[in-house]
Design a protein around this ligand. Structure first.
Ligand code: ADP
Ligand code: MG
Length: 388
Protein backbone atom coordinates (compact mmCIF):
# COMPACT_ATOMS: atom_id res chain seq x y z
CA UNK A 1 0.00 0.00 0.00
CA UNK A 2 1.19 3.51 -0.85
CA UNK A 3 0.47 6.76 0.98
CA UNK A 4 0.76 10.45 0.12
CA UNK A 5 3.82 12.60 0.68
CA UNK A 6 2.19 14.63 3.48
CA UNK A 7 1.12 11.47 5.31
CA UNK A 8 4.65 10.05 5.02
CA UNK A 9 6.06 13.29 6.39
CA UNK A 10 3.68 13.16 9.36
CA UNK A 11 4.93 9.65 10.12
CA UNK A 12 8.56 10.72 9.74
CA UNK A 13 7.99 13.63 12.13
CA UNK A 14 6.80 11.16 14.78
CA UNK A 15 10.20 9.48 14.48
CA UNK A 16 12.06 12.73 15.07
CA UNK A 17 12.83 13.49 11.42
CA UNK A 18 12.74 17.20 10.55
CA UNK A 19 10.18 18.15 7.88
CA UNK A 20 8.84 21.56 6.81
CA UNK A 21 5.70 22.73 8.60
CA UNK A 22 2.56 22.50 6.48
CA UNK A 23 -1.03 21.35 6.18
CA UNK A 24 -3.34 19.60 3.74
CA UNK A 25 -6.31 20.99 1.78
CA UNK A 26 -9.08 18.99 0.10
CA UNK A 27 -10.79 22.04 -1.39
CA UNK A 28 -9.73 25.45 -2.71
CA UNK A 29 -11.16 27.34 0.28
CA UNK A 30 -9.25 25.06 2.64
CA UNK A 31 -6.05 25.88 0.73
CA UNK A 32 -6.77 29.54 1.40
CA UNK A 33 -7.05 28.84 5.13
CA UNK A 34 -3.81 26.86 5.17
CA UNK A 35 -1.91 29.54 3.26
CA UNK A 36 -3.18 32.27 5.60
CA UNK A 37 -2.28 30.20 8.64
CA UNK A 38 1.18 29.36 7.33
CA UNK A 39 1.89 32.84 5.91
CA UNK A 40 5.61 32.31 5.31
CA UNK A 41 7.69 34.48 2.96
CA UNK A 42 8.26 31.41 0.78
CA UNK A 43 5.75 28.55 0.60
CA UNK A 44 5.57 25.45 -1.56
CA UNK A 45 2.26 24.23 -2.97
CA UNK A 46 2.35 20.50 -3.75
CA UNK A 47 -0.17 18.30 -5.56
CA UNK A 48 -0.66 15.06 -3.64
CA UNK A 49 -0.81 12.08 -5.96
CA UNK A 50 0.77 8.64 -5.62
CA UNK A 51 3.42 9.35 -8.23
CA UNK A 52 6.74 11.13 -8.35
CA UNK A 53 8.12 13.59 -10.89
CA UNK A 54 5.58 16.24 -9.87
CA UNK A 55 8.17 19.02 -9.83
CA UNK A 56 8.86 18.86 -13.56
CA UNK A 57 5.15 18.46 -14.38
CA UNK A 58 3.84 21.55 -12.60
CA UNK A 59 2.71 19.75 -9.44
CA UNK A 60 5.15 21.59 -7.14
CA UNK A 61 5.00 25.37 -7.10
CA UNK A 62 7.15 27.75 -5.08
CA UNK A 63 5.18 30.87 -4.13
CA UNK A 64 5.95 34.12 -2.34
CA UNK A 65 2.60 35.30 -1.00
CA UNK A 66 -0.71 34.00 0.31
CA UNK A 67 -2.41 35.14 -2.94
CA UNK A 68 0.07 33.23 -5.07
CA UNK A 69 -0.42 30.16 -2.92
CA UNK A 70 -4.20 30.30 -3.35
CA UNK A 71 -3.84 30.72 -7.09
CA UNK A 72 -1.40 27.80 -7.40
CA UNK A 73 -3.62 25.54 -5.30
CA UNK A 74 -6.67 26.48 -7.39
CA UNK A 75 -4.85 25.54 -10.55
CA UNK A 76 -3.76 22.19 -9.09
CA UNK A 77 -7.27 21.22 -8.03
CA UNK A 78 -8.35 21.68 -11.64
CA UNK A 79 -5.46 19.91 -13.28
CA UNK A 80 -4.72 16.44 -14.55
CA UNK A 81 -1.13 15.92 -13.60
CA UNK A 82 0.94 13.96 -16.09
CA UNK A 83 4.35 12.91 -14.80
CA UNK A 84 6.73 10.22 -16.05
CA UNK A 85 5.20 7.91 -13.42
CA UNK A 86 1.47 8.46 -14.07
CA UNK A 87 1.21 7.26 -17.68
CA UNK A 88 -0.18 9.51 -20.42
CA UNK A 89 -3.68 9.65 -18.89
CA UNK A 90 -2.31 11.44 -15.80
CA UNK A 91 -4.02 11.79 -12.42
CA UNK A 92 -6.52 14.31 -11.18
CA UNK A 93 -5.53 16.14 -8.01
CA UNK A 94 -7.84 15.82 -5.00
CA UNK A 95 -5.49 17.01 -2.26
CA UNK A 96 -3.00 19.85 -2.14
CA UNK A 97 -0.33 20.27 0.52
CA UNK A 98 1.09 23.67 1.40
CA UNK A 99 4.32 23.81 3.37
CA UNK A 100 6.97 26.33 4.22
CA UNK A 101 9.78 26.82 1.71
CA UNK A 102 13.21 25.76 2.89
CA UNK A 103 16.38 27.62 1.87
CA UNK A 104 18.52 24.55 1.47
CA UNK A 105 22.18 24.15 0.80
CA UNK A 106 22.43 20.71 -0.88
CA UNK A 107 19.88 18.22 -2.20
CA UNK A 108 20.71 14.58 -1.37
CA UNK A 109 18.99 11.26 -1.94
CA UNK A 110 18.25 8.65 0.71
CA UNK A 111 16.12 5.53 0.64
CA UNK A 112 15.61 2.21 2.43
CA UNK A 113 14.04 -0.78 0.74
CA UNK A 114 13.42 -4.47 0.89
CA UNK A 115 16.04 -5.75 -1.51
CA UNK A 116 14.99 -8.82 -3.50
CA UNK A 117 18.53 -9.34 -4.73
CA UNK A 118 20.01 -9.76 -1.25
CA UNK A 119 16.84 -10.85 0.56
CA UNK A 120 17.71 -8.16 3.08
CA UNK A 121 17.39 -4.44 3.63
CA UNK A 122 19.37 -2.02 1.51
CA UNK A 123 20.02 1.66 2.17
CA UNK A 124 20.78 3.83 -0.83
CA UNK A 125 22.21 7.34 -0.66
CA UNK A 126 23.56 9.81 -3.18
CA UNK A 127 24.84 13.34 -3.39
CA UNK A 128 22.69 13.68 -6.54
CA UNK A 129 19.38 14.40 -4.83
CA UNK A 130 16.25 15.93 -6.32
CA UNK A 131 16.75 14.00 -9.55
CA UNK A 132 15.50 10.78 -10.99
CA UNK A 133 17.60 8.23 -9.09
CA UNK A 134 17.27 5.59 -11.84
CA UNK A 135 18.94 8.02 -14.21
CA UNK A 136 21.74 8.73 -11.72
CA UNK A 137 22.30 4.99 -11.27
CA UNK A 138 22.50 4.48 -15.01
CA UNK A 139 24.68 7.44 -15.98
CA UNK A 140 26.89 7.84 -12.90
CA UNK A 141 26.75 4.58 -10.93
CA UNK A 142 29.75 5.66 -8.82
CA UNK A 143 27.50 8.33 -7.27
CA UNK A 144 25.29 5.68 -5.68
CA UNK A 145 26.21 4.63 -2.15
CA UNK A 146 24.74 1.39 -0.83
CA UNK A 147 24.65 -0.23 2.59
CA UNK A 148 23.38 -3.79 2.53
CA UNK A 149 22.03 -5.39 5.69
CA UNK A 150 20.95 -8.94 6.41
CA UNK A 151 17.21 -9.49 6.85
CA UNK A 152 17.46 -9.60 10.63
CA UNK A 153 20.18 -6.96 11.00
CA UNK A 154 19.65 -3.46 12.33
CA UNK A 155 21.35 -0.30 11.20
CA UNK A 156 24.29 0.40 13.50
CA UNK A 157 25.68 3.84 14.38
CA UNK A 158 28.84 3.05 12.42
CA UNK A 159 26.76 2.46 9.26
CA UNK A 160 25.08 5.85 9.72
CA UNK A 161 28.48 7.49 10.31
CA UNK A 162 30.05 6.06 7.20
CA UNK A 163 26.98 6.94 5.13
CA UNK A 164 27.17 10.58 6.12
CA UNK A 165 30.95 10.55 5.63
CA UNK A 166 30.53 9.11 2.11
CA UNK A 167 28.01 11.86 1.35
CA UNK A 168 30.64 14.43 2.31
CA UNK A 169 28.70 15.69 5.33
CA UNK A 170 30.77 17.09 8.17
CA UNK A 171 30.40 18.65 11.63
CA UNK A 172 26.88 19.42 12.80
CA UNK A 173 25.39 18.50 9.40
CA UNK A 174 27.11 15.11 9.54
CA UNK A 175 25.81 14.42 13.04
CA UNK A 176 22.27 15.51 12.13
CA UNK A 177 22.37 13.20 9.12
CA UNK A 178 23.54 10.24 11.22
CA UNK A 179 20.68 10.77 13.61
CA UNK A 180 18.23 11.07 10.74
CA UNK A 181 19.42 7.80 9.13
CA UNK A 182 18.94 5.97 12.44
CA UNK A 183 15.46 7.48 12.91
CA UNK A 184 14.32 6.74 9.37
CA UNK A 185 15.54 3.17 9.72
CA UNK A 186 13.53 2.79 12.93
CA UNK A 187 10.41 4.05 11.12
CA UNK A 188 11.03 1.65 8.22
CA UNK A 189 11.26 -1.37 10.56
CA UNK A 190 8.50 -0.39 13.01
CA UNK A 191 5.96 0.37 10.29
CA UNK A 192 6.68 -2.69 8.10
CA UNK A 193 7.54 -0.47 5.17
CA UNK A 194 8.82 -1.99 1.94
CA UNK A 195 10.14 1.31 0.62
CA UNK A 196 10.91 4.63 2.25
CA UNK A 197 12.42 7.19 -0.08
CA UNK A 198 13.45 10.75 0.77
CA UNK A 199 14.26 12.72 -2.37
CA UNK A 200 15.39 15.34 -1.77
CA UNK A 201 16.91 15.14 1.66
CA UNK A 202 18.39 18.59 2.15
CA UNK A 203 21.06 20.19 4.28
CA UNK A 204 20.88 23.81 5.45
CA UNK A 205 23.59 26.34 6.15
CA UNK A 206 22.70 26.07 9.85
CA UNK A 207 23.69 22.37 9.80
CA UNK A 208 20.20 20.87 9.83
CA UNK A 209 19.07 17.97 7.67
CA UNK A 210 15.46 17.83 6.46
CA UNK A 211 13.13 15.68 4.36
CA UNK A 212 11.50 17.81 1.63
CA UNK A 213 9.77 14.89 -0.08
CA UNK A 214 8.93 11.36 1.04
CA UNK A 215 7.45 8.26 -0.53
CA UNK A 216 6.44 5.32 1.63
CA UNK A 217 5.07 1.92 0.66
CA UNK A 218 3.95 -0.73 3.12
CA UNK A 219 3.75 -4.49 3.16
CA UNK A 220 0.05 -5.28 2.63
CA UNK A 221 0.43 -8.51 4.58
CA UNK A 222 1.49 -6.58 7.67
CA UNK A 223 -1.25 -3.94 7.59
CA UNK A 224 -3.36 -5.86 10.09
CA UNK A 225 -0.95 -4.75 12.78
CA UNK A 226 -0.94 -1.11 11.62
CA UNK A 227 -4.59 -0.10 11.55
CA UNK A 228 -3.61 3.58 11.73
CA UNK A 229 -1.62 3.22 8.52
CA UNK A 230 -4.37 1.29 6.79
CA UNK A 231 -6.60 4.30 7.46
CA UNK A 232 -4.29 6.42 5.31
CA UNK A 233 -5.34 4.50 2.22
CA UNK A 234 -6.71 6.84 -0.46
CA UNK A 235 -9.19 4.95 -2.64
CA UNK A 236 -9.07 7.72 -5.23
CA UNK A 237 -5.47 6.75 -5.97
CA UNK A 238 -6.29 3.10 -6.58
CA UNK A 239 -7.38 1.75 -9.97
CA UNK A 240 -11.19 1.35 -9.70
CA UNK A 241 -10.98 -2.19 -11.09
CA UNK A 242 -8.42 -3.16 -8.45
CA UNK A 243 -10.71 -1.74 -5.77
CA UNK A 244 -13.65 -3.73 -7.10
CA UNK A 245 -11.49 -6.89 -7.21
CA UNK A 246 -10.42 -6.40 -3.59
CA UNK A 247 -14.10 -6.19 -2.65
CA UNK A 248 -14.60 -9.71 -4.07
CA UNK A 249 -11.34 -11.04 -2.61
CA UNK A 250 -9.88 -11.59 -6.06
CA UNK A 251 -6.15 -11.26 -6.68
CA UNK A 252 -6.17 -8.78 -9.53
CA UNK A 253 -3.42 -6.67 -11.04
CA UNK A 254 -4.04 -4.42 -14.02
CA UNK A 255 -1.55 -4.73 -16.88
CA UNK A 256 -1.17 -2.76 -20.11
CA UNK A 257 -2.02 -5.55 -22.64
CA UNK A 258 -5.26 -6.31 -24.51
CA UNK A 259 -6.23 -9.86 -23.47
CA UNK A 260 -8.15 -10.27 -20.23
CA UNK A 261 -7.12 -13.38 -18.32
CA UNK A 262 -9.23 -15.36 -15.90
CA UNK A 263 -7.29 -18.16 -14.31
CA UNK A 264 -7.25 -20.02 -11.01
CA UNK A 265 -4.07 -20.43 -9.04
CA UNK A 266 -1.05 -18.12 -9.20
CA UNK A 267 1.09 -20.79 -10.92
CA UNK A 268 -1.39 -21.45 -13.71
CA UNK A 269 -1.87 -17.69 -14.09
CA UNK A 270 1.85 -17.15 -14.62
CA UNK A 271 2.05 -20.07 -17.06
CA UNK A 272 -0.93 -18.69 -19.00
CA UNK A 273 0.71 -15.28 -19.24
CA UNK A 274 3.91 -16.92 -20.51
CA UNK A 275 2.18 -18.95 -23.19
CA UNK A 276 0.13 -15.94 -24.26
CA UNK A 277 3.35 -13.97 -24.69
CA UNK A 278 4.86 -16.89 -26.62
CA UNK A 279 2.07 -16.64 -29.19
CA UNK A 280 2.44 -12.87 -29.48
CA UNK A 281 -0.34 -11.76 -27.12
CA UNK A 282 -0.19 -9.52 -24.08
CA UNK A 283 -2.18 -9.78 -20.87
CA UNK A 284 -4.48 -6.96 -19.74
CA UNK A 285 -4.38 -8.24 -16.19
CA UNK A 286 -3.26 -10.87 -13.79
CA UNK A 287 -6.27 -12.44 -12.11
CA UNK A 288 -6.27 -15.40 -9.82
CA UNK A 289 -9.81 -16.56 -9.03
CA UNK A 290 -8.22 -18.53 -6.15
CA UNK A 291 -9.45 -21.72 -4.45
CA UNK A 292 -13.17 -21.89 -3.78
CA UNK A 293 -14.55 -19.98 -6.76
CA UNK A 294 -18.33 -20.18 -6.59
CA UNK A 295 -20.43 -19.33 -9.68
CA UNK A 296 -20.94 -15.88 -8.09
CA UNK A 297 -17.21 -15.25 -7.77
CA UNK A 298 -16.58 -16.44 -11.32
CA UNK A 299 -19.30 -14.07 -12.52
CA UNK A 300 -17.86 -11.15 -10.52
CA UNK A 301 -14.39 -11.81 -11.91
CA UNK A 302 -15.67 -12.06 -15.47
CA UNK A 303 -17.64 -8.83 -15.24
CA UNK A 304 -14.65 -7.07 -13.77
CA UNK A 305 -12.36 -8.05 -16.64
CA UNK A 306 -15.05 -7.41 -19.21
CA UNK A 307 -15.63 -3.85 -17.99
CA UNK A 308 -11.99 -2.90 -18.60
CA UNK A 309 -12.04 -0.83 -21.81
CA UNK A 310 -8.51 -2.02 -22.59
CA UNK A 311 -9.69 -5.64 -22.84
CA UNK A 312 -10.33 -6.71 -26.45
CA UNK A 313 -10.79 -10.41 -25.77
CA UNK A 314 -10.88 -12.78 -22.81
CA UNK A 315 -9.15 -16.06 -22.16
CA UNK A 316 -10.46 -18.23 -19.37
CA UNK A 317 -8.15 -21.04 -18.32
CA UNK A 318 -9.40 -22.86 -15.27
CA UNK A 319 -8.63 -26.22 -13.77
CA UNK A 320 -11.62 -27.44 -11.84
CA UNK A 321 -10.26 -29.41 -8.95
CA UNK A 322 -12.03 -28.25 -5.83
CA UNK A 323 -14.44 -26.24 -7.90
CA UNK A 324 -16.32 -28.17 -10.52
CA UNK A 325 -16.26 -27.24 -14.16
CA UNK A 326 -20.06 -27.16 -14.34
CA UNK A 327 -20.21 -24.49 -11.61
CA UNK A 328 -17.58 -22.44 -13.40
CA UNK A 329 -19.43 -22.74 -16.70
CA UNK A 330 -22.68 -21.73 -15.02
CA UNK A 331 -21.15 -18.60 -13.47
CA UNK A 332 -19.51 -17.70 -16.74
CA UNK A 333 -22.63 -18.14 -18.88
CA UNK A 334 -24.72 -16.04 -16.49
CA UNK A 335 -22.17 -13.24 -16.44
CA UNK A 336 -21.65 -13.35 -20.23
CA UNK A 337 -25.42 -13.06 -20.77
CA UNK A 338 -25.63 -10.20 -18.33
CA UNK A 339 -22.96 -8.14 -20.09
CA UNK A 340 -24.29 -9.04 -23.57
CA UNK A 341 -21.06 -10.72 -24.64
CA UNK A 342 -19.59 -9.09 -27.74
CA UNK A 343 -15.89 -9.58 -27.18
CA UNK A 344 -14.11 -12.82 -28.17
CA UNK A 345 -14.12 -15.34 -25.31
CA UNK A 346 -11.93 -18.43 -25.44
CA UNK A 347 -12.45 -21.03 -22.73
CA UNK A 348 -10.24 -23.88 -21.65
CA UNK A 349 -11.77 -25.91 -18.87
CA UNK A 350 -10.19 -29.02 -17.42
CA UNK A 351 -10.87 -31.18 -14.37
CA UNK A 352 -13.89 -32.41 -12.40
CA UNK A 353 -17.15 -32.57 -14.40
CA UNK A 354 -15.48 -31.12 -17.46
CA UNK A 355 -18.02 -32.76 -19.84
CA UNK A 356 -20.91 -31.21 -17.94
CA UNK A 357 -19.16 -27.86 -18.05
CA UNK A 358 -18.61 -28.01 -21.81
CA UNK A 359 -22.23 -28.98 -22.32
CA UNK A 360 -23.41 -25.88 -20.43
CA UNK A 361 -21.19 -23.67 -22.58
CA UNK A 362 -22.42 -25.26 -25.81
CA UNK A 363 -26.09 -25.13 -24.89
CA UNK A 364 -25.84 -21.48 -23.88
CA UNK A 365 -25.87 -20.41 -27.51
CA UNK A 366 -23.28 -17.75 -26.65
CA UNK A 367 -20.31 -17.16 -28.99
CA UNK A 368 -17.88 -18.87 -26.62
CA UNK A 369 -14.93 -20.67 -28.22
CA UNK A 370 -14.05 -23.83 -26.28
CA UNK A 371 -10.56 -25.35 -26.63
CA UNK A 372 -8.74 -28.30 -25.07
CA UNK A 373 -5.13 -27.24 -24.57
CA UNK A 374 -3.35 -24.14 -23.35
CA UNK A 375 -1.44 -23.73 -26.61
CA UNK A 376 -4.66 -23.83 -28.61
CA UNK A 377 -6.26 -21.37 -26.19
CA UNK A 378 -3.45 -18.84 -26.50
CA UNK A 379 -3.29 -19.09 -30.29
CA UNK A 380 -7.03 -18.73 -30.65
CA UNK A 381 -7.42 -15.64 -28.47
CA UNK A 382 -4.38 -13.94 -30.06
CA UNK A 383 -5.93 -14.52 -33.51
CA UNK A 384 -9.34 -13.36 -32.31
CA UNK A 385 -8.15 -9.97 -31.03
CA UNK A 386 -5.90 -9.30 -34.03
CA UNK A 387 -7.11 -6.18 -35.79
CA UNK A 388 -9.70 -5.32 -33.10
P1 ADP B 1 8.69 15.33 -6.95
O1 ADP B 1 9.74 14.39 -6.49
O2 ADP B 1 7.36 14.67 -7.15
O3 ADP B 1 9.11 16.12 -8.15
P2 ADP B 1 9.40 16.99 -4.65
O4 ADP B 1 8.63 17.09 -3.40
O5 ADP B 1 10.67 16.23 -4.60
O6 ADP B 1 8.42 16.41 -5.79
O7 ADP B 1 9.67 18.46 -5.16
C1 ADP B 1 10.44 18.78 -6.30
C2 ADP B 1 11.51 19.81 -5.98
O8 ADP B 1 10.91 20.98 -5.43
C3 ADP B 1 12.50 19.35 -4.94
O9 ADP B 1 13.58 18.65 -5.50
C4 ADP B 1 12.95 20.65 -4.29
O10 ADP B 1 13.99 21.22 -5.06
C5 ADP B 1 11.72 21.53 -4.41
N1 ADP B 1 10.98 21.56 -3.13
C6 ADP B 1 10.03 20.69 -2.72
N2 ADP B 1 9.57 21.02 -1.49
C7 ADP B 1 10.25 22.10 -1.10
C8 ADP B 1 10.26 22.94 0.07
N3 ADP B 1 9.45 22.70 1.11
N4 ADP B 1 11.11 23.98 0.11
C9 ADP B 1 11.92 24.26 -0.93
N5 ADP B 1 11.97 23.53 -2.06
C10 ADP B 1 11.16 22.46 -2.16
MG1 MG C 1 10.95 14.14 -4.92
Amino acid sequence: MDIHEYQAKQLLAKYGVAVPVGDIAYKAHEAENVAKWLDEPIMVVKAQIHAGGRGKAGGVKIVRSVEEAIEAADKMFNMRLVTHQTGPEGRSVHRVYIESGVAYDKELYFSILNDRETAGITLIASTEGGMDIEEVAEKTPDKIIKVRLGPAAELQPHHARSLSYDLGLKGKTGRSAQKLFMNVFRAFLDLDATLLEINPLVTTKAGDVMALDCKMSFDDNALWRHRDIEELRDDEEIDPLELEAARHDLNYVKLPGSIGLMVNGAGLSMATMDILKYYGGSAANFLDVAGAATPERVAAAFKLIYSDPGVKGILLNIFGGMMRCNSIAEGLVNAAREVGLNKPLVVRLEGTNVELGREILEKSGLPIQPVNTMGEAAKKIVDAVKGL
